[in-house]
Design a protein around this ligand. Sequence first.
Ligand SMILES: Cc1cc2nc3c(=O)[nH]c(=O)nc-3n(C[C@H](O)[C@H](O)[C@H](O)COP(=O)(O)O)c2cc1C
Length: 189
Amino acid sequence: MAKIKLGPQSLLYPMPALLVGAQVNGKPNFITVAWGGIACGDPPMISVAIRHTRHSLKGILENKCFSVNVPGADLVKEVDYCGIVSGAKVDKVAACNFKVTTGKLCGAPLIDQCPVNLECELYHTIALGSHVLVIGRITETHISEDCLTNGRPDVTKINPLIYTTAQSEYQTLGDVVGKAFSVGNELKE
Ligand SMILES: Cc1cc2nc3c(=O)[nH]c(=O)nc-3n(C[C@H](O)[C@H](O)[C@H](O)COP(=O)(O)O)c2cc1C
């Protein structure tokens, strides 16, 4: 199959649609972030890429902590809203009707309506260009009881949102196509 070169692009799938929370000027604020992912397993760490100009970044740097909230597909409008308006101008919590709670880290507001919430201590920041890579150590994980199956997180119940760059759309997960750490055994001699 012929390939077309697109030049250097940040093209990687799937990108999660996350709501990153921070206390900015004493108020909880949430920014939609698609450029995020797990950075380390032990200790558990996550990274999110945030533009220097974002209102949320101020709060993360000030309080040295933040939250990563995983919204379900039912929150698609709220996710998009938090990605098109700035907390510098509007109260996104009020507009989205978010019920905000706090865990151990008071600067890391948690959205009750999101099935998964990660509390993060700021570990490191790296200014890479347009974005600052914000690395957080996950200090606590909250999950809605109804998103568990046999006591384990069930992604079909969490029903997370995927953001697609080129189409600029939100999607949900697709089919299971294989068992991890297992289906590859079929190619062993
Ligand atoms: C789907 C989607 C994904 C986004 N991903 C990012 C991202 O990864 N990093 C970033 O800095 N901004 C991202 N944005 C833009 C911010 O969410 C947006 O500028 C927001 O209004 C900033 O909020 P704040 O000023 O309250 O921090 C994204 C927006 C959308 C709609």
